[in-house]
Design a binder for this molecule. Sequence first.
Ligand SMILES: [Zn+2]
Length: 276
Amino acid sequence: MHTPPVPLKTRLLNTPEVELWPGGLLRARSNADARILARARRVLRRKHDGRYLAAELPEGLMPLVPGLPREAGIEAALDRLDHEGDGRGSWRGEAGELPLDALRDHLHALALDDRYGERTGLPLVAEPDTLAFAGFDRYRRALWLTLATARAWLALRDAAGRDGVVLEAISGYRGHAYQLGIFARKRARGLTVEQILTVNAAPGYSEHHSGRALDIGAPGEPPAEESFEQTPAFAWLMANADAFGFTLSYPRDNPHGIVYEPWHWCYTADVTADAD
Ligand SMILES: [Zn+2]
């Protein structure tokens, strides 16, 4: 099975309020967007609603919203953009992590205090400041993972392929804003935080925030269903994933009270060992 090489050097730069995307990986929402994205080296994307804020073009930075200088977090994003090309250009090993302050404010606003973490035994998960492009997921969205996780996933997928087993990525990195957005939409429909928590993990407590978790599927199988357990893909993972550093996070009767998730795997190997 031939799969084209994935350009792991393609990176998503992450700041607390704004993501810096490679222009070529974003979906254009209009013809004007398409012309800009095609030429942009970087696009600044607001995390909480996905709005494109500015594009870095060969001739300079082009604002895509009015009042760009007053945008929350824009200074940190522009600072990151400025420093991308200097000493930090050769990116090795694991990235750093973003602070959790803003997340704590959001959790406070939802009246979610430390008791949630105590009850579930789940830690708050910081977002990485840099993510590697690991190809596309089943839905043709960019799949972002930490560099070590991306390498391990591609090795895992290729090894499965050599054994005649096709593994599909369903979902990788998801930021705090993604989970906060789910809560905001459901609360706007009248659900209480308690009701939402019966179905969705609290923002900040998902392993997907770390860039090291991956939901894996098999072709033709519905995503994130317990029936994945019956597939040859799952049997292969149970026999081989460990050798690639992946662990099944939520087996049956796990101590966190999270439902059995045979599709959810986390890269837990010692990440300092495989920097290049
Ligand atoms: Zn998952």
